[in-house]
Design a protein around this ligand. Structure first.
Ligand SMILES: [Zn+2]
Length: 119
């Protein structure tokens, strides 16, 4: 598996989120930890303004652990989210490609054109 470059894994609960995650744009991976200690990512997401709050939405979900990385802008977070999505696509629960806020943003891994940017 490619190196994610993310911090963690951490336990997915409110206390841990508040003590480790800032309120900035960021990218996160949700999943679980295998016997032996390897983090298995199952979902990739991002927040355009507050990753701390976004992660809290996942507390008590089927995912028990998270990894994350904070970014200075939503666009930088989007770029990282795309890389993780493409690296892990085969094993993720994500059904769709990461969404852009701005049509000028480019996925670094595929030809993301307007026609594929639904919703
Ligand atoms: Zn892509």
């Amino acid at each position: 598996m490619p190196q994610s470059g993310l911090n963690g894994p951490f336990l997915l609960n409110r206390e841990t989120i508040d003590s480790t995650v800032t309120t900035t744009p960021g990218v996160y991976a949700l999943g679980y930890v295998e016997v032996g200690g390897d983090f298995i990512p199952k979902y990739v997401g991002r927040s355009d303004d507050d990753i701390n709050q976004s992660l809290k939405d996942w507390v008590s979900s089927k995912y028990s652990k998270f990894k994350f990385e904070c970014y200075g802008s939503a666009e930088a977070a989007f770029t990282k989210e795309c890389r993780l999505y493409h690296d892990w696509k085969e094993q993720l629960d994500n059904q769709e490609h990461p969404k852009r806020l701005d049509t000028r943003w480019k996925c670094p891994c595929c030809e993301l054109c307007e026609s594929t940017n639904q919703k």
